[in-house]
Design a protein around this ligand. Structure first.
Ligand SMILES: Nc1nc2c(ncn2[C@@H]2O[C@H](COP(=O)(O)OP(=O)(O)OP(=O)(O)O)[C@@H](O)[C@H]2O)c(=O)[nH]1
Ligand SMILES: [Mg+2]
Length: 207
């Protein structure tokens, strides 16, 4: 039995996924996670280290690492890369001034060898804000269509209203499950599609 098969079997048994929430500070990572867990979002402070939480979706347990995005903390992101199945990159759609920083940080991540196989979900958060950049503007500002190294999607959302969060996470779980469990070793939800058959880059319309 090959190593890959053994890894897949173990993964299939545990039905777990490791998901990293990253992005610039103030993007809304912690708020999104709290909203997804139906927790109070009225008093949220900047994350100075990291928070770990779990979410169960579609029969899979997501082990989520929410890491602080302040500039001084970004060098520590690399400590969390190992065995990551998916990265959720959260963007403050109202923060036009830092959109180019946001793009550079994302590019840096995508170049990381240990994140090579990870699926990417970009959340264009804070769509409730007046003057927020649209999904298309953010897609172009971050130059997402040029990404061929990772399977990606961009969804607009608002952690305040909850709009778009479930759709984004559902896509992520299906995408990762399809990649990790495609060979039918798990007896869970129907796999999406073999990774090799899927397009390298995908984009959805606005939520
Ligand atoms: N208007 C609006 N504000 C939001 C939304 N999501 C988060 N915020 C606010 O944005 C601020 C930052 O949110 P956090 O969740 O702490 O951001 P973070 O990405 O975890 O930031 P760090 O922990 O510093 O990396 C808070 O004041 C939130 O209330 C949203 O969808 N709409
Ligand atoms: Mg935070």
């Amino acid at each position: 039995m090959g190593l890959l098969t053994i890894i897949r079997k173990n993964k299939a048994k545990s039905r777990e996924m490791r998901v990293l929430f990253l992005g610039l500070d103030n993007a809304g990572k912690t708020t999104i996670l709290k909203k997804l867990r139906s927790e109070d979002i009225s008093t949220i402070s900047p994350t100075l280290g990291f928070n770990i939480s779990t979410l169960v979706r579609d029969g899979y347990t997501l082990n989520i690492w929410d890491v602080g995005g302040q500039k001084t903390l970004r060098p520590y992101w690399r400590n969390y890369f190992e065995s990551t199945d998916a990265v959720v990159w959260v963007v403050d759609s109202g923060d036009r001034l830092r959109m180019s920083d946001c793009g550079s940080e994302l590019r840096g991540l995508l170049g990381e060898e240990r994140l090579a196989g990870a699926t990417l979900l970009v959340f264009a958060n804070k769509q409730d804000l007046f003057g927020a950049m649209s999904l298309e503007e953010i897609r172009d500002a971050l130059d997402l269509p040029s990404i061929v190294s990772h399977r990606w999607i961009i969804r607009s959302c608002s952690a305040y209203t909850g709009t778009g969060l479930d759709e984004g996470m559902d896509w992520l779980v299906k995408e990762v499950a399809g990649r990790l469990y495609w060979n039918g070793l798990s007896a869970g939800p129907t796999p999406v599609q073999p990774a090799a058959d899927a397009a390298p880059a995908r984009l959805t319309a606005d939520a």
